[in-house]
Design a protein around this ligand. Structure first.
Ligand SMILES: [Zn+2]
Length: 161
């Protein structure tokens, strides 16, 4: 795995080109064609390819922008069409899950919306929206947990004196 592959941290991508200017632009495509997600038939036909542009992360003081080739497949066996799915990239989003989490953690750690809008090239409203999205996600993850019936408390020394 080359250095840029490991920097991307997204499985199954082949890096085609890297352009380091005011931002780091990375062009990538899937390493291999998928089997049909409906009937597992292989090989399937690539009907078309379109490019998605996604904000991915910040490296040093530069933003990394991912230009991703997304094949649209046609299965000749079951006649379904579908787009290549990528782990960590949701449909229609213009940033990777990694980037959204990065914003959440930075804002949660006290970095202001204004500062993040400058360093990550997104609007304050987007920081706000993503922050609440992640908070709600965490709340729903925690709400499924049951409350303990018995709570044990250890003795603690708060001061040697
Ligand atoms: Zn199929």
């Amino acid at each position: 795995m080359s250095q840029i592959d490991s920097i991307l941290g997204i499985d199954g991508l082949e890096v085609l080109r890297v352009d380091r200017g005011s931002a780091i632009h990375v062009w990538a495509k899937p390493k291999r064609r998928m089997d049909c997600i409906h009937c597992q038939y292989s090989p399937i036909r690539i009907k078309a390819t379109h490019e998605r542009t996604l904000k991915h992360t910040r490296q040093g003081n530069q933003l990394m922008v991912l230009h991703l080739s997304v094949p649209k497949y046609h299965c000749l066996n079951c006649n379904h069409y579908f787009r290549h799915p990528f782990k960590g990239i949701r449909p229609r989003h213009r940033a990777t899950e990694c980037f959204r989490l990065e914003i959440f953690e930075a804002h949660d750690g006290g970095i202001s919306q204004h500062k993040l809008s400058l360093t990550h090239h997104i609007s304050s409203a987007t920081v706000e929206r993503w922050y609440h999205h992640h908070l709600n996600k965490r709340i729903s993850e925690l709400s499924g947990r049951s409350c303990p019936i018995v709570l044990g408390i250890d003795e603690h020394f708060f001061s040697r004196k």
